[in-house]
Design a protein around this ligand. Structure first.
Ligand code: TYD
Length: 134
C-alpha cells in the first residue's frame, strides 16, 4: 500500500461551470458510510494527529487548499490538496496531520464507517509500536 495514493476525478464541466460526481465503489474505492467536512479553520491550526486501525477515508479539498502530512511509520510525505478534482486516500495505519488551511478551505472527507473513537490511534508512540508489530 503506497503512502500517497491520489485519485483524479472526472470533471463534468460545461459552459455553466464544473460538476464532480462521487460514487461508492466506482471512483471512491469503498462503501461511503459517513461524510464530514472541516471548514472555517483558524490560521495556524494543525489538526488530525492520529491514525486509524481500520477506517479508510478519502479527503477532498472542495474549496481552497490545505496540506496533509502522511506518515506510515517508515516515511513521511506532504500532500497539498488545492483542487476539488483530486482526492487523497487515507488508508488504515497512516498517521496524518492537516495544516496550512486557506481561510476559505473546505476539506471534505468520505469514510467507510461511522465515527468510532476506538478505531483511533491518537498517541504517536502507540502508532509506532503498532507499525513495528506488523
Ligand atoms: P477530531 O478527531 O479532533 O478532528 P481532527 O481529526 O480534525 O483533529 O474531532 C473533533 C471532535 O469531533 C471530536 O470530539 C470527535 C468528533 N467527531 C465526531 O463526532 N464525528 C466525526 O465524524 C468526526 C470526524 C469527529
Amino acid at each position: 500500500m503506497s503512502l500517497v495514493e491520489t485519485i483524479e476525478f472526472d470533471v463534468l464541466g460545461d459552459l455553466r461551470g464544473g460538476l464532480i460526481s462521487l460514487e461508492q465503489e466506482k471512483n471512491i474505492p469503498f462503501i461511503i458510510k459517513r461524510v464530514y467536512y472541516i471548514f472555517d479553520t483558524k490560521v495556524g491550526v494543525v489538526r488530525g494527529f492520529h491514525a486509524h486501525k481500520k477506517l479508510r477515508q478519502m479527503a477532498i479539498c472542495v474549496k481552497g487548499s490545505c496540506t496533509i502530512k502522511m506518515d506510515d511509520g517508515v516515511s513521511v510525505k506532504h500532500v497539498t490538496l488545492s483542487s476539488p478534482s483530486r482526492g487523497l486516500l487515507i488508508n488504515p495505519m497512516q498517521w496524518h496531520e492537516m495544516y496550512d488551511f486557506s481561510t476559505d478551505c473546505v476539506l471534505m472527507v468520505l469514510a467507510d464507517d461511522f465515527y468510532d473513537e476506538s478505531d483511533y490511534v491518537r498517541r504517536y508512540e502507540d502508532f509506532v509500536e503498532l507499525v513495528k508489530g506488523k
